[in-house]
Design a protein around this ligand. Sequence first.
Ligand code: GGG
Length: 360
Amino acid sequence: MAETHTYRIAAIPADGVGPEVLASARAVLDALAAGSHGAFAFEWEEFPWGCGYFERTGRMMDEDGLDRLREFDAILFGAVGWPTVPDHVSLWGLRLRICQSFDQWANVRPVRFLPGVRSPLRAAEEHALDWVVVRENSEGEYAGLGGRNFAGRGPGGEVAVQSALFTERGCERIMRFAFELARTRPHRKVSSVTKSNAQQYGMVLWDEVFARVAADYPDVATESVLVDAMSAKFVLKPWELSVVVASNLNADILSDLGSALAGSLGLAPSANLNPERRFPSMFEPVHGSAPDIAGRGWANPIGAVGSAAMMLEHLGLPAEAARVERAIATVTAAGTLTRDLGGTASTAEVTGALIDALAG
Ligand code: GGG
């Protein structure tokens, strides 16, 4: 028998519902490995980082954390953020630290409309709705450039500047990534999200690079749409979408809108990719830590399990990724839904149903 291929995965459950949904994703992956007849296995190492860790140590992750993560084949991440730590401290101290240090410059966020899940867009029954938001994940509005000025202004006079950084290289690589992805999809189209009418420097460069890159892909249809018009299009004409490429902040907002339209933020998976594979890539549900429902066993694990499927694809296990995606569709079609989708199933019940569906 061929040797078992063992994938080393770093698990970072972090905060709120993160540990609950990550436990589901791990259970589904371990069930898949157990049924692989020794073809592959997962070796997990769990890191206790997050807001609880910050309260104990003053750090969101260990000082040598990045060096330790570098050794893994991939990272599976839960969610970051808790009311006891300012959001900009927790986000920059963990999730953004990993994404930016490991040059995970492409954040891929599929919007899938699952059977059995009611969406406001189900009126458009005749169309199969399925698109991908490609988020520029290394610069733009998340470049961390700016400052606050208290000096000499007196009470109430403070000013803050938050600048966005757009580089030709950053724009070009995410756009080429989007075009290559579009070539793998039935509808070969890339929609670029801009705001160049109001943002005359960064977004005009974005538009110019898009036009230049598009010329290299004559087989892929294109459009350039203002972010406000694109949010309307997500609701009114989503069947015209295939791959949507946008800057860091615009894509973050639009992907939440897309997953809400598909039924719930709890469904949405994502991959933070370092396409050159110089560093491990990181897979996480789009949703945050949801302090309002954390610890109650209600969290929807499908976003985390879908992220695990994206990790399988990245690790070179596309058939296994497809099996997990089919299991997700089987479970939603059967009406085993958590509360965010109008159901009554717990996280554990959905996880059990997913594992049963893998076996079926
Ligand atoms: N699993 C995703 C997560 O933890 N997100 C936390 C968050 O606040 N992210 C903000 C952002 O990525 O823009």
